[in-house]
Design a binder for this molecule. Structure first.
Ligand code: DAH
Length: 327
């Protein structure tokens, strides 16, 4: 009994149990000798033995319980949690760089009186091509590799069809922009994606001239880059504008000498634009004798690459958080 009370560990208790109650334990051995006793003695000795066994078992049990409690208390002391501590901050996302630029431009154009319009990504041939003066056999259809869908519809290759929808819906005079996703059936490399973003703009009013166009384009570029950007204007051909221009900016990734983004030319085509072709106005029910306008199609994806110095277009849609978290 004293050994039970002074046991320091569970193992000490276990060895007491083995030595007394185990198969070769003292009490067990004594029990085996019972047969040698006189029959009248057996009852008395048996009772004594059983009493001793019971006492031992109870004492061992109590000792084990004491150990369990000590262990439990130790665990409660070491494993507690301070529920009043502030929780670790939740990880927060943020806007994609293209969304950021898109929203900035929407705010800018809204402040200049432009409506922000939306159009469908699945378009009809009419809106994507015909109404923009690109009839079926027109070679300009080959300029844009198109994803055709069953039933003759297509994934819009540019945001220009929203010009047509805007003219039909709002009528002249009209100022609108239409940002959105466009799709081209192209092989993908550092500067080409099958899915990218454009921002279409259009103004229809009386006596709109190239001077108006240039003024708006300069305002636009100044607001985007917050610095002087070297630009050049070249003649450009698009069936829906006449005259048409390509507004290029000097490549902001390499600063001129050439890199994969500017295809080693030092210039990046950013802003094709022009005065709206009278045929396009007429097809949308606007009298070109009374009204004219300008239009432009800004490459939002290219713009984001220029502004943030991204040299591979594939990163923008790649979904890699290590890339996105930098913005
Ligand atoms: N839609 C043309 C494209 O994606 C870009 C464009 C050119 C839009 C001239 C215009 C424009 O509004 O006037 O290639």
């Amino acid at each position: 009994m004293t050994r039970i009370q002074s046991a320091g560990t569970l193992e000490d208790l276990e060895s007491v149990r083995v030595e007394t109650l185990g198969r070769k334990g003292t009490l067990t051995l004594v029990g085996k000798e019972m047969g040698k006793l006189a029959p009248e003695e057996r009852g008395r000795v048996g009772k004594l033995l059983n009493g001793a066994r019971q006492k031992l078992e109870e004492a061992l049990e109590a000792g084990k319980k004491a150990f369990d409690e000590t262990e439990l208390r130790a665990r409660l002391d070491s494993e507690w949690i301070d529920v009043t501590l502030p929780a670790p901050g939740a990880r927060r996302g943020h806007l994609h760089p293209i969304t950021r630029i898109q929203r900035e431009l929407e705010d800018l154009f809204a402040s200049l009186g432009f409506a922000v319009l939306d159009g469908p990504e699945v378009e009809t041939e009419y809106y994507n091509f015909d109404a923009l003066n690109i009839p079926p056999e027109h070679p300009a259809r080959d300029m844009q590799d198109t994803f055709w869908l069953d039933g003759g519809n297509l994934l819009r290759t540019h945001t220009s069809p929203v010009q047509v929808r805007g003219m039909e819906r709002l009528g002249p005079p009209l100022r609108m922009i239409a940002p959105g996703r466009v799709f081209r059936n192209e092989s993908v490399d550092a500067s080409h994606e099958h899915t990218f973003y454009q921002l279409e703009g259009m103004m229809v009013d009386r006596d709109v001239s190239v001077a108006h166009l240039i003024y708006f384009m300069q305002t636009l570029l100044g607001a985007i880059f917050h610095r002087d950007v070297t630009v050049r204007l070249r003649p450009g051909y698009f069936p829906f504008v006449e005259p048409g221009f390509e507004l290029d900016i000097q490549c902001l990734i390499c600063g001129g000498p050439g890199c994969p983004v500017c295809k080693q030319s030092g210039w990046v085509e950013l802003l094709p634009c022009g005065l709206v072709n009278p045929r396009v106005l007429r097809m949308s029910g606007i009298d070109p004798e009374q009204w004219n306008g300008f239009a432009f199609g800004l490459g939002l994806t290219r713009l984001a690459m220029m502004r943030y110095g991204i040299d591979d277009i594939r990163q923008l849609q790649g979904g890699d958080l290590r890339f996105l978290e930098q913005f």
